[in-house]
Design a protein around this ligand. Structure first.
Ligand code: ZN
Length: 457
């Protein structure tokens, strides 16, 4: 279609007008009502990495002893994934650290990896980190140090301030250990490393070693069939010990393109150390085991959380999983991180395959705007009972920030739809409650027996 220059100019002008007058939905009464409602939902957080209290990392040596500092909070956040953070100084003085560290944030002010922590400083400490003064930073640091003297702070922030009832913890530091360390946490079975179980020399850590697991249960591992029996037993033990799902973070190590490799090819690889194998043989074995795990996931009724998107960028597109998803309709696949940045693709996969759930875990922290876009699109393409959320971090402040960011992001999207008359108010509230809580309870019915809070409805 041809257009006159005048016509093009008018169109451009029209495009400018809404931008110039764009209203912040957060200022509307509809948003305020939906956000307030979401705050009251006792949340089920499907993914986090909270370590046992004594093991929470990044503590610093200070003049008052070792403990958590303002630096510990930032060091344990995603900020360091995109920007260097001043190291803790030799003289162990906060003031020395802050003198340099206060400049670390200048280029990251708009990033979600910076901004997701701001609600924690604002709501838990009454401090606006964007305008923080040296005096306030000093006080904030002192209060963080005091708060982390016992684990009481974690309980208070997570269960009361962030209003989280249950939280699934992925213990990547002890993948095959199903112990929980807090009354509000739930275990899962992280199968990331067992896919490379072609030889016992692959494993060093006893808590991440299927051969060690086999030894404890008196099982021999002399053939591929033996190894498959060990995996079957591993999943039944996980289930018996109340782990609720499987988890893979293979997207950090390799492509998500898992081929349905014939058993003979995997059997030929089994029992050989890495040095005697080609890259192709190792991939064949991993692919074969992944397919078996997907089958075992259905057999043991442990839905499969799979990290997709932002990791090793080449090879983490969730589209690579579609053949495996289509071939295993009885397995419940949970696509983590909404496939970021392939959020539209993830919506299409869930639209096409009813055995797929989308977990928006980490998304508002990665990019608040893309998370909004994702919720908007998914709610249009996918039934609202197949979307979940998680905080994906490891400090009280990080969990609070990620949770608040999620509630805010979701409330913005729902409010926009209500304001545009694309959704009834009551349905918006229902969807918010589903995503924050009900969908996880529906997908993981075992969680019901872990609920500890009296419902106030
Ligand atoms: Zn994670």
């Amino acid at each position: 279609m041809r257009m006159s220059i005048k016509c093009v100019l008018i169109l451009q002008l029209c495009n400018l007008i809404p931008a110039a007058s764009a209203e912040d939905v957060k200022q509307t009464a509809v948003y305020a009502r939906i956000k307030a409602s979401l705050n009251t939902v006792s949340a089920i957080n499907t993914h986090d990495h909270l370590m046992p209290f004594e093991k929470i990392p990044n503590r610093n040596r200070t003049d008052r002893g070792e403990g958590m500092t303002l630096r510990s909070i930032w060091a344990g956040s995603y900020f360091t994934w995109i920007h260097p953070l001043e190291p803790w100084p030799e003289d162990s003085s906060f003031d020395t650290w802050w003198a340099n560290a206060q400049h670390n944030f200048a280029d990251a002010r708009a990033t979600s990896f910076y901004r997701y922590l701001l609600p924690a400083f604002r709501d838990l400490y009454g401090i606006d980190f964007d305008t923080i003064t040296t005096e306030q930073a000093h006080q904030l640091n002192d209060r963080i140090f005091e708060n982390y003297k016992t684990d009481k702070w974690l309980h208070e922030v997570i269960t009361e301030r962030a209003n989280i009832e249950l939280m699934v913890v992925d213990q990547y530091w002890a993948r095959l250990d199903f112990t929980t360390h807090y009354p509000f946490t739930v275990a899962l079975c992280n199968v990331t490393s067992v896919v490379r179980g072609f030889h016992r020399s692959e494993f060093k850590d006893p808590l991440d070693n299927p051969y060690e697991f086999a030894r404890r249960y008196g099982m021999n591992v002399d053939s591929l069939d033996d190894y498959l029996s060990v995996l079957d037993r591993l999943l039944s033990e996980a289930s018996r010990k109340k782990a609720i799902c499987l988890k893979s973070t293979l997207a950090y190590n390799r492509t998500l393109d898992f081929k349905d490799v014939p058993k003979e090819r995997a059997a030929a690889v089994f029992g050989k150390p890495r040095k005697d194998l080609t890259g192709q043989q190792i991939r064949d074995f991993e692919d074969f085991i992944m397919w078996r795990l997907v089958e075992l996931s259905a057999k043991h009724e442990l839905p499969f959380q799979i990290h997709t998107g932002q990791a090793r960028i080449q090879g983490s597109n969730p589209m690579l999983l579609v053949d495996m998803i289509a071939a295993n309709p009885k397995t419940k696949f949970i696509l983590f991180h909404g496939g970021f940045p392939w959020v539209g693709e993830t919506g299409a996969i869930a639209m096409r395959h009813q055995n797929v759930w989308i977990d928006s875990v980490w998304m508002p922290t990665l990019s608040y705007t893309m998370a909004k876009r994702a919720y908007r699109e998914w709610l249009e393409a996918v039934p609202s009972n197949r979307i979940m959320w998680g905080s994906d971090t490891g400090t009280a402040e990080g969990i609070y920030g990620a949770t608040e960011f999620t509630r805010q992001c979701l409330a913005e999207v729902l409010a926009e739809k209500v304001i545009r008359s694309e959704l009834l108010d009551k349905d918006a509230l229902h969807i918010g409650r589903q995503i924050m809580r009900e969908n996880a309870l529906e997908l993981f019915p075992q969680l019901r027996e872990r609920l500890w809070r009296k419902q106030t409805e």
